[in-house]
Design a protein around this ligand. Structure first.
Ligand SMILES: Cc1cc2ncn([C@H]3O[C@H](COP(=O)(O)O)[C@@H](O)[C@H]3O)c2cc1C
Ligand SMILES: O=C(O)c1cccnc1
Length: 359
């Protein structure tokens, strides 16, 4: 991919977007009929019913199945950390990457429990790592967006296509339910910029404390984002421009992986704040891709509700989480599977001899 020109990369992205179709209405109508015949008041299983229908619409069948599940965890570093926007130093990105490789991070625990896999991809950690990590490095992290564009348009396109490539490889290997995941010290800062621009919100309304910065840090973080917007003048109507100027490599890869999954009729559970910023990029590039997104939890990070609202997603869990890595999405795998068990295993009124609603 490194040998492709910007125009060729852009053409690949457009070709991918062109392959995303609407959900299968017929499958969803059949599933609605089945849900309404089950021994419960109509609609009483709420979002479980919505999910069952969505999965059928995505897989284009009235009996959707989950075969293998994975968190596609994208990692990258951020030049904007030099503005003092995170409570932790940049070396935590590679340190946590090694922790994930050896199975000790929160996401490892939660995916083991959910019987899912984690695939960690280096999209642009500040320096190369060794070990069980998918090597797809686009750059040694982004540049400081408070001083100029975070990356070039070429790099943004490459990172989008890295995400698409990883998703395509895993779909080929039989995975048919994904969750987003991310790692990158400083990445709530570009995410806040993306959410502010793409949801037309004020910077103040979407900037939170990330890993736990203090009041002075919060002021620095807001100011870095305001400077980045002032210096780069991103065009809020052009998601690729926003991504290039104030985004992140792992955020781009998240967006690209969602686009590939949507083109292949595979659903994607969306994790917390950073992941939702990536999903917003995907949604702006390809509005049809939102139908393939499954919300997970509401993050404590204050901008998350604006980001979710921008996608029209309603979170299914509220656990006061604010970690990222894909942790909230991995827990949501249970809910997705629960929805399919309901659809498959519940008795109908007729089967069970239960009287239907009388008026
Ligand atoms: C030990 C540790 C593990 C993490 N796992 C995810 N994050 C999360 O926090 C970071 C974003 O927050 P900020 O923008 O404030 O730096 C990202 O790495 C994100 O994945 C972590 C952060 C830390 C410190
Ligand atoms: O909501 C998230 O994903 C999040 C919030 C703070 C820090 N890292 C991740």
């Amino acid at each position: 991919m490194a040998d492709l020109t910007e125009d060729q990369l852009y053409a690949r992205l457009q070709e991918l977007i062109g392959r995303i179709s609407d959900l299968d209405e017929e499958a969803m109508t059949t599933i609605q009929g089945r849900l309404d015949s089950l021994t419960k008041p109509q609609g009483s299983l709420g979002q479980l019913e919505t999910l069952a229908k969505q999965l059928g619409g995505i897989q284009r069948t009235s009996s959707p199945k989950i075969l293998k599940k994975a968190v596609l965890l994208m990692a990258g570093d951020h030049g904007v950390v030099e503005e003092g926007v995170s409570a932790f130093p940049q070396e935590v990105t590679p340190q946590m990457a090694y922790n994930i490789m050896s199975g000790g991070a929160a996401i490892n625990v939660l995916t083991r429990q959910a019987k899912a896999d984690v695939f960690l991809t280096d999209v642009g950690i500040a320096f190369p790592l060794e070990g069980d990590i998918i090597h797809k490095r686009v750059a040694n992290g982004t540049k400081n967006m408070a001083k100029g564009p975070a990356m070039t348009r070429q790099e943004a396109l490459q990172a989008l296509l890295v995400g698409a490539e990883v998703a395509a490889e895993k779909i080929q290997a039989g995975y048919n339910l994904f969750a987003t995941g991310e790692l990158g010290i400083g990445n709530t800062t570009p995410s806040s910029a993306i959410v502010a621009l793409l949801t037309n919100s004020s910077v103040e309304d979407v900037v939170g404390r990330g890993t736990g910065i203090d009041d002075a840090g919060l002021i620095r973080k807001r100011s870095a984002i305001e400077k980045a917007i002032e210096v780069n003048q991103p065009d809020a109507t052009d998601a690729l421009d926003v991504l290039t100027k104030v985004g992140g490599l792992e955020i781009a890869a998240i967006a690209g992986s969602i686009l590939q999954a949507a083109a292949s009729h595979v659903p994607f559970v969306i994790d917390g704040f950073i992941s939702t910023a990536g999903a917003l990029i995907a949604a702006k590039l390809a509005p049809k891709s939102t139908a393939y997104m499954i919300p997970s939890h509401g993050s404590v990070e204050i901008g998350h509700c604006k980001a979710l609202a921008g996608l029209g997603l309603d979170p299914v869990l509220n656990l006061n989480m604010r970690l990222g890595e894909g942790t909230g999405a991995a827990i949501t795998f249970y809910i997705v599977e629960a929805a399919l068990h309901i659809l498959e295993e519940m008795a109908t009124f007729a089967d069970a001899g239960v009287s239907e609603k009388s008026n």
